[in-house]
Design a protein around this ligand. Structure first.
Ligand code: 3HC
Ligand code: NAI
Length: 654
């Protein structure tokens, strides 16, 4: 392999350039190249400062995750960072794109840091089940206040260059030409005394132990069984009381322990799965059409979120509603989402004005005649949707793509009812659509490769995680959830109680139990869906009446204060013995002998059902791979990411 580290000399300044596409990960050859560059520049008496910069779209985005499963080959990253710190010439990290994980740790080994506006800097190791392993936990809180370091390391969330400048993480921001600005910066520090190496400095603004304990407690509740944030907090707490060398040893010990843990294996699996699922060899040569104008039909919960996503991706959007009153409400919903984005600082006033300017609305379908892509999000009713698609057929241009956001309906039947089934596709967004990254892209039987490829590209443009799925009742995610819900309901009749099932799921790592989730959605929603399915349900199928009975008691869930649970404050579920009595009475009525179940038995049973349904989806070609199923369950249904997903779990436990 060619050497990924090159040195150019500009007068008295050496420019060390890393070129290791796609993200300049710190592979062995890069680490070795940096060490040689230190030796070479140290030995050259003419060189007064060194700039470390990267080719391509980003600074180093971290250690090379692909090397993690293999034996480590020296030089190890912690040693590279220590060598940088000890270099005889001052090193300036010139950062663009992302400086993440090991990439930021390398920058912390440098003596100065300058970053281009728009750069993101972070230590995202917790997201891979790790903590920083090359001195990040020791050096970062010696450069920026411990409270800021704690937030960055335990959340894994990167900060912008502007924030980094305000906390002191970087010394300067470049607004134009990074290399030119870095060279100019280097010239200003050449004659200054060398700053102390970070590992020689004290912790900056240490936190009081009780502050860290309070933060750690909040973190433990939020991470629900995930080890890495907890270990990150514990490491930082210990490091406050240790000298830098002992801190580095402790960090390394904890990093290596976590790297060998199954949680990190699962998180690395999901990292690569998320990147592989949208790569579809069969459409490699398809033509992706440019999309600039989107029509959205229906401005309810989903339509508004999808419209906001499209606007935030700089697309022109026209919203169509069934009447003026609904149209006004739809526009209000979209504008409210953009307003929240502005309040949170994600967009500024000028961008808000521009985006709202890209939104138009109408009750006349003729106003979307020019749309390149139309996404329908009207009521979940086949006749209503067929009617909408017929209207679209009549007005849109022949090359326009027609997508439906249906959750369950037969996309092939909907496509067949149109004049051009080859341009009809499903785009199943998740709620709230402007926040949730997952989109199932539903491959209808007759859809053309170009339409499929263009739909995948649109999802990417919206910064979504697109997972292809075939047509069936519920596609990948909702179909698994239906099987899962059915199994949980059988468990109710067989011996478990709603709060026991929910507790089992939460202790496994789900954010919410199944029955809490139904209370949140509203028991009227599930009830209406079951009534829609009455006509086609096999009369011999086992049917559990408990949810229907609770609904008929006028317990609709959170919205009216009672469902499977009672909600005194509108949001905290309180266990209700009356519901236990109802469940037990149902078993009795059906003459089912109840057998108590442990948390492990409940969870094992439910996981087996998910994995079996997943296997069926694979054999029916609805899902292309086990990875596709895991990515859907982890990103759309609260399956704990650090468990990898139901298919990963079934493989690991086999
Ligand atoms: N190692 C190896 N490969 C990596 C990588 C890494 N750290 N980061 C990204 N890649 C690969 C991806 O797998 C993908 O490969 P593919 O094209 O074959 O699928 C390619 O680079 C491009 O990645 P993305 O599709 O994610 O590109 P984006 O432009 O959307 O995002 C990014 C770029 C923000 C840098 C994103 O890739 C990212 O977040 N990467 C991971 C960053 C990270 O977690 N770093 C910490 C690593 S652990 C560490 O450093 C330990 C240290 O403390 C010792
Ligand atoms: P909603 O009831 O909030 O919104 C539907 C909107 O469509 C209403 O504003 C209504 O006025 C409008 N509408 C109805 N008929 C119309 C017509 N003929 N022409 C134009 N507008 C019309 O419903 P929601 O929740 O937004 O769902 C929409 C679709 O998205 C459904 O197919 C649903 O299954 C699907 N979906 C819903 C999710 C959710 O969590 N709510 C998640 C994923 C998909």
């Amino acid at each position: 392999m060619s050497n990924p580290v090159h040195i150019d000399i500009d007068g008295t300044i050496a420019i060390v350039r890393i070129d290791n596409p796609p993200v300049n990960a710190l592979s062995q050859s890069v680490r070795a190249g940096i060490v040689s560059a230190i030796q070479e520049t140290d030995a050259d008496a003419n060189i007064r400062a060194v700039i470390l910069i990267c080719n391509g779209s980003t600074f180093m985005a971290g250690a090379d995750i692909k090397e993690f499963g293999k034996p480590a080959v020296p030089p190890l990253l912690p040693d590279v960072v220590t060598a940088l710190e000890a270099a005889q010439k001052p090193w300036v990290a010139a950062i663009h794109g992302n400086a993440l994980g090991g990439g930021l740790e390398v920058a912390l080994g440098c003596h100065y840091r300058i970053a281009q506006m728009g750069t993101m800097l972070g230590l995202p190791e917790v997201n891979l089940g790790l903590i920083p392993g090359a001195g990040g936990t020791v050096r970062l809180p010696r450069l920026i206040p411990m409270a800021d370091a704690f937030a960055m390391i335990t959340s894994g969330k990167p900060v912008t260059a502007a924030t980094a400048k305000s906390t002191g993480l970087i010394d300067a921001v470049s607004n134009t030409d990074l290399l030119r600005d870095a060279v100019a910066f280097a010239k200003t520090i050449i004659d200054l005394p060398r700053p102390l190496a970070l590992s020689a400095k004290p912790i900056k603004e240490p936190l009081a132990d009780d502050e860290i304990s309070a933060k750690s407690k909040a973190l433990a509740a939020k991470s629900r069984g995930q080890l890495s944030p907890k270990i990150a907090a514990e490491t930082l707490l210990a490091i406050q009381a240790l000298d830098a060398q002992s801190g580095l040893s402790l960090e390394r010990e904890n990093f290596l322990k976590l790297k060998a843990d199954e949680q990190s294996d699962a998180l690395r699996y999901i990292f690569f799965a998320e990147r592989s699922v949208s790569k579809i060899p069969s459409i490699k040569n398809a033509i992706t059409k440019p999309i600039s104008t989107i029509g959205i039909i229906g401005g309810g919960t989903m339509g508004a979120g999808i419209a906001a996503s499209c606007l935030l991706a700089n697309l022109n959007v026209t919203l169509i509603e069934r009447d003026t009153a609904s149209l006004e409400k739809g526009v209000e919903r979209i504008v409210a989402i953009l307003h929240v984005s502005m309040k949170r600082g994600l967009i500024d006033q000028a961008r808000y004005d521009a985006l709202t300017g890209n939104l138009s609305s109408s009750t006349d379908y003729m106003d979307i005649a020019d749309a390149d892509f139309v996404i329908e999000a009207v009521f979940e009713d086949m006749n209503v949707k067929k009617d909408v698609f017929a209207k679209l057929d009549a007005v849109v241009k022949p090359e326009a793509i027609l997508a439906s956001n249906t959750s369950y309906l037969d996309m092939n039947a909907l496509a067949a009812a149109t004049a051009h089934p080859e341009r009809v596709i499903g785009l199943h967004f998740f709620s709230p659509a402007h926040i949730m990254k997952l989109v199932e892209v539903i491959h209808t039987d007759h859809v053309s490769d170009d339409v499929f490829a263009t739909s995948m590209a649109l999802a990417k443009k919206l910064r979504k995680l697109a997972v292809p799925a075939g047509v069936c009742d519920g596609f990948i995610g909702n179909r698994i959830m239906s099987a899962y819900r059915r199994a949980a309901e059988y468990m109710l009749e067989d011996g478990a109680l709603p709060h026991q099932i929910d507790a089992a799921m939460k202790s496994y790592g789900f954010a919410m139990g199944l029955f809490e989730m139904q209370d949140l959605a509203g028991l009227d929603i599930g009830y209406a869906m079951r009534r829609r399915k009455d006509a086609t349900r096999d009369p011999n199928e086992r049917y559990v009446d408990i949810a229907d009975k609770i609904y008929r008691m006028d317990r609709l869930g959170r919205k009216n204060g009672a469902g499977f649970y009672i909600y005194e404050d509108g949001k905290t579920p309180i266990h209700d013995p009356d519901i236990d009595a109802l469940v037990i009475a149902e078993s009795k009525r059906k003459k089912i002998a109840r057998t108590s179940m442990t948390e492990v038995e409940i969870m094992d049973g439910l996981l087996a059902v998910m994995a079996d349904e997943g296997a069926a989806l694979l054999s029916e070609n609805i899902a292309a791979s086990p990875e596709a199923i895991d990515v859907v369950m982890v990103n759309g249904y609260g399956f704990p990411k650090w468990r990898g997903g139901p298919m990963y779990q079934s493989k690991s436990s086999a």
